[in-house]
Design a binder for this molecule. Structure first.
Ligand code: PMV
Length: 319
């Protein structure tokens, strides 16, 4: 049996704009997807908090575990040149799916890493990240490489899509962050499409919004390096307002962010595709702030984590 652990990812700056080629900053965090892979005599068995799924063939259409099955298919085609042998795959996640923490990217990365070990394929981290990105693109239609690369490499990552480059931000070891999880009504795919619609219709304006997000991202890089948390917080609030202008927030989230600002949170924004999912807050959440989140979000409230750390390891595999 092989076990792989891949970190979840918060989007600190630049989500959505990154899909159009602008910079983004993401961070791997100390919450990890665990994927266990073991050979079995026949068929494929996948277990996760989505349920249990048995498949006779890897090429079955309409499966519940889309990312796991696509990862098995991509590994079969690109690495083995034949189907992966019958396996049982167990996935454990510390967060619900589709909550803006890149659970799908981390699942893809963990499964590919475990398969690489099981078959002694010796894939490098860059190859794992590239295959993880392929899985996401095949399942979602459009995806930036941000989540899969950050989960694979770990740490804080600056994504530079125009140069086809991801740079690990070396000189920031710690960042005090908290997260609030809120139930989403729209999927990542729908939200990416929402932005595409508004972009196609009001291209000149939306491009200017993306350029502003890009500037915020590069300013944030400097602020991170200088540990200028005041500026970092201001940039988070500004990035949030711009995301909201793109139609990916909602009234509850915007109200919550305003309340957090009034109650002294240093910075806060939506993280990920939007409409809930993750709200990332700079610094530790006080009980008062956590209570505010509960009251504002009501039935959309899922949970809050008062302190999360940056994970610097990236994906790890053990026999
Ligand atoms: O909500 P998530 O974790 O699926 O993040 C999506 C991030 C986007 O920038 C909106 C899309 C992407 O592929 O980068």
């Amino acid at each position: 049996m092989v076990t792989a652990r891949a970190p979840l990812v918060v989007k600190l700056f630049g989500e959505h704009a990154v899909v159009y080629g602008y910079h983004a900053i993401a961070g791997a965090i100390n919450l990890k997807i665990i994927a266990r892979v073991e050979l079995q005599s026949q068929g494929y068995l996948i277990e996760s908090n989505l349920g249990v799924e048995r498949l006779e063939s890897l090429w079955t259409e309409k499966v519940k575990h889309k990312y796991v099955v696509k990862a098995l298919q991509v590994f079969s085609q690109d690495v083995l040149g034949r189907d992966v042998d019958p396996v049982k795959i167990t996935i454990r996640s510390p967060a619900p799916p589709s909550c803006g923490l890149a659970t799908s990217a981390a699942v893809s990365v963990a499964v590919i890493s475990a398969l690489s070990k099981l078959y002694n394929a010796g894939l490098s981290k860059t190859e794992i990240a590239r295959m993880g990105h392929k899985v996401e693109t095949l399942v979602q239609g459009r995806a930036s490489p941000m989540d899969t690369y950050t989960s694979t490499l770990g740490g804080l990552v600056l994504v530079c899509p125009q140069e086809n480059r991801l740079v690990k931000i070396q000189d920031v070891e710690r960042l005090d962050l908290s997260i609030v999880l809120a139930r989403r009504a729209r999927s990542t795919r729908e939200l990416v499409h929402t932005v595409y619609r508004i972009y196609s219709r009001y291209r000149e304006i939306v491009e200017k919004i993306f350029i502003l997000i890009d500037t915020i991202c590069l300013e944030a890089l400097e602020a991170l390096r200088r540990r200028d948390t005041e500026k970092l917080g201001m940039l988070m609030y500004t990035n949030h307002m711009l995301l909201s202008s793109l139609g990916v927030s909602n009234a509850l989230i915007d109200y919550l962010i305003s309340c957090l600002r009034e109650r002294g949170a240093r910075g806060a924004k939506l993280s990920g595709a939007g409409d809930g999912g993750t709200i990332v807050v700079l610094g530790r959440l006080t009980r008062e702030i956590e209570q505010t989140a509960r009251e504002v979000l009501r039935e959309r409230y899922v949970s809050a984590m008062r302190h999360i750390d940056v994970d610097n390891q990236g994906v790890e595999v053990r026999d």
